[in-house]
Design a protein around this ligand. Structure first.
Ligand code: 26V
Length: 827
């Protein structure tokens, strides 16, 4: 079929009248230009001739923010007037990245601003790169929250995201001699043009002290006499939906000392005492915990959790009472979603407010809380399941511990009713873990307090029912449901891959921007060689851009025509960057053996941060860098293999790497990756996946077709089975001469001549402690990689790549949010 003809037809028939199609309105460009100029002089107090790039960025952002604010107020008004039910998304992490291009693109003002800036003699691309990432999250969980906020705005669902305004987001990663180093991140340093400080909104948050049970003839009540109080101050960031459909707020709390206390010390000349008080309060919103390693059990973390939960719930109830006046109507007007267990304290906090402040009887309070709250689980890893020592709770949140005990009384009674005398069942369903010191189970708390509990992929939700929540699922059946994750296509296709988007608009029509199911219309072109060529050209351009970045940042020259093989995600043993590294070594040794064979040129690209205290993950980063050093220097392999570790992976880096990927590495040990969302971003942008049957990979395979993905390795059941038999991998190594050789090279110090023993611990685990099945899966992975080589460079590859893009529409976060809206929130 002739593409140009199709394009004429589709554009004529389907394109909604949009100004973007005809280019921006010159009058609007002039208005924006004058507005930006005025911001430079009147707001920033700078002369335009002397303005820096940063000044231009701030001025442009401030002018855009004004346009957003007008719509925002209108949307807030309409939500109040219509009394629509609101969604409250509670998350300790929002991994937003940049907002300028996001808002511009959603308002279809990108071209207008680019031209306005050009008329001022400023390069738009340079200006947009000035904006620091808002990195208020660790990885997938935080990025999911950001995608959901964008989707809810695009679907015009009234919603507020609640979190913490960390002064320092996720640390900046540098690589020195191959090792990860962490530096504090300072995203607020140059000012944040997106936030509105709400000077009129603040709540007191209490900690510590004691409780008093008061019995009177009419009622029993409990009074909490707190020992310490801090103030939560509100900062709102507008989240603009697609085509400006709707604007929602992300409300982040900042911790402040309670003014009179600190002032008092100050007035008595106790400056040290005053500043200590201020520092203690402000510590709460100072840092994002980079913990991806163990649920760290730090007191400050629990203070963060309670701080943001209490401020958010007080805010939700205040708004509800202002607008509706009847606390009992809460479940009809508010849906509270807990993003993992970090906000689990919402359960006892809401109960506390309903009982202690609104005088509701316990059973009614319980019903209201349960109907309002729902909980999303994001991991099954036992070491990631949050628990807190009872003793810490008692000291920090005595009233909440009291409520948790009361909840547990009901809970254990239900367990006893269902299975009389079953001690194991009682212990397993209890809110208190009694094995090895008494601890509060935050997952159980969220589960028991929620009407719905969801996993984030089909497989993960099934596993939840049979592992961590098996007993609670038996006690409270039908609460567990699945909501497979999604990604916002606005950021992860339209904005980050304008070349592909232009091609899609031409073939599928403008509708593709609004309805991802339209991507299906690409399918008839999958075998069209003319279309394949254009698809490939887009990919090539994106790869050339990434190659330019690699040259600039790493002084590494790579050929954009080579296969770009990319693994980007947090560094964690279960994600198995090590497996990829081992196969890289195997490939290197094989090329050295036979440099003149018909090798597919490959560039192996890794990026990701390790938790600062996670030693094994940091050693894996060092290994990748040592391998890169050896391989990139070795002229004998004629550049057939290059290895790059790109430092400081973040959302903005992903936006460059995702569109430039040929092969997407999704190789976690089966049963361990709850969903994955990077897998979706890369496949959507036309990468082929090499992956295990884990998380959403399974649904991706079902969507794109088994012929268009490279699946390998053990299944989740097989992993469980093999682990039960022990972690010794001697059998796998004996069966694979290649694996044996790679481990030996590691052990001999081939890649660490300066410290030959450096990777001995890794070699040891590979042999005897193969918990993550790296050795066990090596051969299957190696075989799958050979199939990748075989397919590369053929028309079949292009067909598969196109079919990946065509069939990934279902993974839009809009679909996910619609499912939450109908099945969980009732909005
Ligand atoms: C936390 C920890 C802390 C203790 C030690 C090991 C460990 C491992 C992982 C985590 C992260 C837990 C929460 C999380 O980020 N889950 C991610 O959520 C994404 C969004 O649903 C999902 O796509 C990822 O598969 C899942 O790992």
């Amino acid at each position: 079929m002739n593409i140009a003809k199709t394009a004429d037809r589709t554009v004529g028939q389907r394109a909604p009248a949009s100004p973007a199609a005809d280019g921006p309105d010159p009058a609007e460009i002039a208005a924006v230009r004058d507005d930006i100029r005025a911001k430079i002089t009147r707001v920033l107090g700078q002369e335009t001739e002397r303005a820096s790039l940063h000044d231009w960025y701030l001025a442009a952002a401030l002018s855009l923010r004004e346009r957003i604010a007008t719509r925002w107020l209108a949307d807030g008004r309409s939500a109040r007037v219509t009394g629509r039910k609101r969604v409250y998304y509670l998350s300790l992490e929002f991994l937003i990245g940049r907002l300028f291009t996001d808002a511009l693109s959603n308002l279809q003002l990108m071209e207008t601003y680019a031209r306005a800036l050009r008329e001022l003699g400023v390069d738009f691309r340079e200006v947009k790169d000035v904006e620091p990432d808002a990195a208020l999250g660790n990885g997938g969980l935080g990025r999911l929250a950001a995608c959901f906020m964008e989707s809810m705005a695009s679907l015009a669902i009234p919603a507020v995201g609640y979190g913490i305004r960390y002064e320092h987001g996720l640390f900046r990663q540098a690589i020195a001699q191959g090792w990860q180093q962490e530096f504090p991140e300072r995203w607020l340093e140059g000012g944040n043009p997106w936030e509105f400080e709400r000077f009129d909104i603040g709540y007191d948050i209490h900690f510590g002290g004691r409780i008093e049970h008061r019995t009177s003839p009419h009622s029993d009540s409990v009074a909490w006499i707190p020992g310490e109080t801090v103030r939560a101050a509100a900062f709102d960031t507008p989240i603009v939906g697609w085509r400006g459909a709707h604007v929602n707020a992300l409300r982040l709390w900042s911790a402040r000392p309670v003014a009179p206390l600190a002032l008092d010390a100050f007035n008595h000349g106790d400056y040290a005492g005053a500043s200590a008080q201020i520092a203690r309060a402000e510590a709460i919103s100072k840092f994002l915990y980079p913990s991806d390693e163990t649920a760290a059990g730090r007191e400050l973390r629990l203070r963060q959790e309670y701080f943001f939960v209490s401020a958010s719930l007080q805010d939700i109830l205040a708004r509800h009472m202002r607008e509706h006046g009847d606390i009992r109507a809460l479940p009809a007007r508010a849906a509270i979603q807990l993003n993992d267990t970090h906000p689990s304290l919402a359960v006892p906090e809401l109960l506390r407010l309903l009982v202690d402040r609104y005088d509701l009887p316990w059973p009614q309070a319980r019903r209201i809380a349960e109907e309002t709250i729902a909980y999303t689980n994001h991991t099954l890893l036992p070491e990631a399941l949050e628990t807190w020592p009872v003793e810490l709770f008692e000291r920090l949140l005595p009233r909440h511990l009291d409520i948790i005990y009361r909840l547990n009384t009901d809970n254990l009674a239900a367990a006893e009713r269902q299975r009389p005398g079953d001690i194991r069942f009682r212990a397993a369903t209890s809110l208190i873990d009694e094995t090895g010191g008494r601890r509060v189970r935050m997952g159980h708390l969220a589960f028991i307090g929620s009407h719905r509990i969801n996993g984030v992929s089909a497989m993960h939700s099934e596993l939840m029912k049979h592992t961590v929540f098996a007993d609670l699922n038996a006690l409270y059946p039908n609460r567990i449901t699945n909501k497979t994750n999604g990604i916002t296509f606005r950021r992860w296709l339209h904005q980050c891959n304008p070349g592909l988007t232009a091609l899609l608009r031409e073939v599928c029509g403008e509708r593709v921007l609004d309805d991802p199911t339209v991507l299906k219309e690409l399918e008839p072109f999958a075998n069209d060689s003319a279309f394949q060529a254009r698809f490939r050209t887009v990919k090539q351009d994106n790869k050339a851009r990434l190659a330019g970045d690699l040259l600039r940042t790493l002084s590494l020259a790579v050929d954009p025509a080579a296969l770009f093989d990319i693994q980007i995600k947090r560094i964690h043993e279960y994600k198995r960057q090590l497996l990829n590294a081992l196969d890289t070594i195997a490939r290197y040794l094989a090329i050295r053996d036979n440099p003149n064979a018909d090798w597919v040129p490959r560039v192996k690209i890794f990026a990701g941060k390790a938790a600062p205290s996670y030693r094994q993950a940091k050693l894996i980063i060092k290994l990748i860098n040592d391998i890169a050093d050896t391989i990139n220097r070795d002229a004998s392999i004629r550049g057939l293999l290059k290895v790059a570790f790109v430092p400081n992976y973040n959302v903005s880096a992903a936006e460059v790497m995702v569109p430039a990927c040929d092969l997407s590495e999704q190789i976690s040990t089966a049963g361990m990756e709850a969903s994955g969302t990077g897998n979706m971003k890369l496949a959507l942008n036309g990468a082929l996946t090499i992956g295990t049957l884990d998380g959403a990979n399974i649904e991706i395979r079902d969507a794109v077709g088994a012929d268009n993905i490279f699946i390998f390795g053990m299944t989740a059941d097989e992993v469980v089975e093999r682990r039960r038999a022990g972690l010794d991998a001697s059998d796998a190594i004996a069966a694979s001469p290649m694996l044996a050789r790679v481990i030996e090279a590691l052990d001999r110090g081939t890649f660490s001549p300066d410290d030959p023993a450096r990777f001995a611990p890794i070699a040891h685990s590979l042999r005897y402690l193969d918990h993550y099945m790296v050795s066990a899966d090596f051969d299957a992975y190696h075989h799958a990689q050979a199939q990748v080589d075989e397919r590369w460079g053929t028309a079949a590859w292009e067909t598969s790549a196109i079919l990946n893009t065509a069939r990934m529409g279902w993974f839009s976060a809009d679909r996910t949010i619609r499912d939450y809206a109908s099945d969980i929130w009732g909005v």
